[in-house]
Ligand binder design. Structure first.
Ligand SMILES: [Zn+2]
Length: 101
């Protein structure tokens, strides 16, 4: 490992997240091409960080959407059920009232 390897491994997270400066990106890219050690490090680093950085955000949004949809569906279901029950009760009461008049 030379000094470039140290710099590149330091910059790898920034490079991976796309927030490194243009010069840093160029340095990392060029070094990864010629240095198998750093390439291995970067490969090992990126899947973990890729999951950590990219997945939870979209997953969290999906979960929020899903939770909202489920809540709405449950409310609709309950609303439908309650109106069905009250309609049935009203019909029974009307029937009972007419019958006993
Ligand atoms: Zn290196």
């Amino acid at each position: 490992m030379n000094w470039k390897c140290d710099v590149v491994t330091d910059l790898a997270p920034l490079y991976h997240d796309g927030v490194a400066s243009k010069a840093s990106r160029k340095l990392v890219k060029e070094h990864l091409r010629e240095c198998p050690e750093c390439r291995a490090y970067y490969k090992k680093y990126s899947p973990v960080e890729g999951i950590k950085m990219d997945m939870p955000i979209s997953d969290a949004e999906d979960f929020v959407m899903l939770a909202k949809q489920m809540r709405r569906r449950r409310l609709l279901l309950w609303g439908g059920f309650l109106s069905y029950v009250s309609a049935t009760v009203a019909a029974l009461v009307l029937y009972w009232v007419k019958k006993n008049r």
